[in-house]
Design a protein around this ligand. Structure first.
Ligand SMILES: Cc1cc2nc3c(=O)[nH]c(=O)nc-3n(C[C@H](O)[C@H](O)[C@H](O)COP(=O)(O)OP(=O)(O)OC[C@H]3O[C@@H](n4cnc5c(N)ncnc54)[C@H](O)[C@@H]3O)c2cc1C
Length: 375
């Protein structure tokens, strides 16, 4: 896979677009699209070549998420989470864990999810109130995660839990079939991203062998800040840039095609032209800064972190602003859902609150730029 963005666009047209409306209306997980994501290789995008994957990195991750979000924000977000989980395994997983899970993803089209946030600690997801009792080679987990995207559909869930080392955490892989694992799927009723299945997950005395821990004892925080953060935050930048671009495309096409009785087009009105211009400006700037942040992340530039944080904050805000303007351009047709702009505006609202939220990241950005510790 050499032109990930272009291949992602072509994939989305054939295998995501047909289900996008239904995903939102019926709040149904895009299962058909995920089956195709497996068959056409996107689930193995970040899996190293020696395990049978494409061995791609942060830039291609951003390109794929962006391409999918320009068609369906929900599918892009669920896919994004899978890639982040895969990357934790790539960088910190044991040989045994990598072989087992990567083979399952590649051969059976299974995928992964992130079960980090809890009801108590909320947006500060790296702080966990789970209990983890160690007994020889086994650890027994009890606790509850609050919003798990792809819940009950993904085959593996990354879970943060306390380490035996005081004040440290571990990152574990919990397989779907683990005894004591359950989901409250009826509790997902999001404003947007309706197909996400982002519901609570219960761990009631789930016991795992130590081989399911990713990395060394107590290395969870390092994984959160060095792997999850860049891939997740850049991925969110890509998802919301794509959502913003999607809104611009729909609104501008509507403005050109909507004709008044005298034959004139909505797009001939100057105020509409200004709205369309502002949407394009926001969406293309979000897209550009996200791709630039991914590039800077790969080359390890000094201000890569600041760029990644800026991209995610800017894209989240741009998507909401594009939604506001798109609803003005779309008028009654948008309001009455004859155009999918209302759906995209609802999807966009998830951007500012997904952890770490845009407000939290704004503080982190200031800290990063002034040489202070994050968080
Ligand atoms: C569509 C969607 C999908 C999700 N999927 C997942 C998933 O797959 N896995 C997962 O682990 N989680 C997921 N989440 C959960 C999400 O990442 C957050 O953890 C969750 O939304 C936090 O909700 P809360 O009400 O507990 O936030 P709270 O912690 O109560 O925060 C409430 C508000 O206060 C603000 N705030 C809190 N602390 C600060 C601070 N120090 N500085 C500035 N502002 C602050 C926040 O910005 C937030 O808007 C998802 C959320 C959404 C909306």
């Amino acid at each position: 896979m050499n032109h990930v963005y272009q291949e992602g666009k072509a994939f989305a047209k054939s295998y995501i677009l047909p289900y996008t409306e239904r995903t939102d209306k019926e709040s149904s997980f895009p299962e058909e699209s995920f089956k195709e994501l497996g068959e056409r290789g996107f689930l193995k995008l970040l899996i190293p070549e020696e395990y049978g994957g494409f061995g791609k990195g942060l830039e291609e991750h951003a390109q794929a998420c962006l391409a999918f979000a320009e068609t369906c924000s929900t599918t892009a977000l669920c896919y994004m989470m899978h890639n982040v989980a895969v990357m934790c395994l790539v960088t910190h997983g044991s040989e045994e864990l990598k072989k087992k899970i990567f083979a399952d993803i590649i051969e059976n089209g299974t995928f992964m999810a992130l079960a980090y946030s809890e009801f108590g600690t909320g947006t500060h997801f790296y702080i966990t109130e789970m209990t983890a009792k160690v007994n020889g080679d086994s650890t027994t987990f009890t606790g509850k995660k609050s919003m798990v995207t792809s819940a009950a559909y993904a085959s593996y869930y990354l879970v943060l839990a306390p380490s035996v080392e005081e004040g440290k955490i571990n990152n574990w892989v919990v397989p779907l079939e683990s005894e004591g694992l359950s989901f409250e799927t009826s509790e997902w009723n999001g404003l947007g991203m309706r197909g996400n299945s982002s519901c609570p997950m219960n761990l009631n005395q789930v016991t795992l062998h130590s081989s399911y821990r990713i990395g060394a004892e107590g290395s969870g925080e390092e994984q959160v800040f060095n792997v999850v953060a860049p891939f997740f935050i850049t991925g969110l930048g890509a998802v919301y840039s794509g959502t913003a671009m999607h809104m611009y495309e729909i609104a501008s096409s509507h403005a050109v095609n909507r004709k008044y009785p005298d034959g004139s087009s909505l797009s001939a009105i100057e105020t509409i032209q200004v709205h369309i211009g502002n949407m394009y400006k926001q969406a293309s700037a979000a897209k550009a800064i996200t791709l630039e942040a991914a590039r800077a992340g790969v080359t390890g530039e000094a201000d890569a972190l600041a760029k990644i944080l800026s991209a995610r904050i800017f894209a989240s805000e741009a998507a909401i602003e594009c939604g506001r303007l798109a609803m003005r351009v779309g008028g009654g047709k948008a309001y009455n859902k004859a155009l999918p702009l209302e759906r995209l505006l609802r999807d966009a609202y998830a951007g500012q609150i997904m952890a770490p939220s845009a407000d939290v990241l704004s503080v982190w950005l200031g800290k990063a730029l002034t040489g202070q510790m994050i968080p």
